[in-house]
Design a protein around this ligand. Structure first.
Ligand SMILES: [Zn+2]
Ligand SMILES: [Zn+2]
Length: 233
């Protein structure tokens, strides 16, 4: 079994000396939140303390404590897609972050107003999210202090599903598109198995093999491992 499980809690990535960005340190942390244990990612630039929160599905107090521990100012909250388990903490976190902007792909934006309704269908409670301040588009670059991420639109699990690629740090946050040894379900509204496979092939399997993939649920993996071993390909 060659899956490499990486310790996520409090992980810090230090650039090797000699690179242009050698003084920049990335803060990269994750917390499983909410009833469906969504991996909420906290990303920050240690030089500027600018931070991004990805998929605050719930447990906002926990997220806020971790943000404080890292000394970050959250300027951006990103939802990889619109499912209630990934967006359920948006409202509370936006209020706590005062002035942060919310980003999601346009194709999933309407789901932000359906959180409470959908959560009830699953026998859970959920809070509708404020609407997005801007929309993610394929190839869009988002900066966070000295860090930069590139948006990869990867429809299939939902129509607006996106992955977030930190090219300099060799990390990609894959939402519910790609999991360790699995892929996202496609039986929910807007899902398409063929589209999902095509998204993964064209947008994720074209990344370097040593890029670490951080999914929306469960452990991390690498692009190389998934290309070799993922049973759906
Ligand atoms: Zn989902
Ligand atoms: Zn999910």
């Amino acid at each position: 079994m060659s899956t490499i499980l990486f310790l996520l809690q409090g992980e810090k990535i230090f650039y090797p000396a000699g690179r242009d960005i050698s003084e920049t340190t990335m803060i990269f942390d994750s917390i499983p939140v909410g009833p469906l244990s969504v991996n909420c990612y906290i990303v920050g630039c240690e030089a500027t303390h600018a931070g991004i929160i990805i998929d605050p599905g719930g447990d906002v107090d926990l997220i806020s404590k971790r943000v404080q521990k890292h000394g970050l100012t959250i300027g951006t909250i990103i939802n990889t897609h619109g499912h209630f388990d990934h967006v359920g903490g948006n409202r509370q976190l936006l209020a706590a972050s005062g002035g942060a902007r919310l980003l999601i792909h346009h194709a999933d934006a309407a789901m932000l107003a359906m959180v409470a309704h959908v959560a009830t269908m699953y026998g859970m409670n959920g809070e509708n999210s404020p609407s997005a301040d801007d929309y993610l588009t394929d190839g869009m670059l988002i900066t966070c202090g000295d860090l930069q991420l590139k948006v990869l639109h990867t429809p299939g699990h939902t129509q607006g599903g996106c992955c977030l690629y930190f090219e300099d740090q060799l990390k990609v946050i894959t939402g519910d598109t790609l999991f360790a040894d699995s892929i996202g379900r496609t039986d929910l509204p807007g899902g398409s198995h063929d589209r999902l496979l095509e998204s993964i092939r064209s947008k994720l399997f074209t990344l370097p093999d040593n890029v670490i993939a951080y999914p929306g649920h469960g452990p991390s993996t690498t692009i190389g491992h998934e290309k070799r071993c993922n049973p759906y390909f």
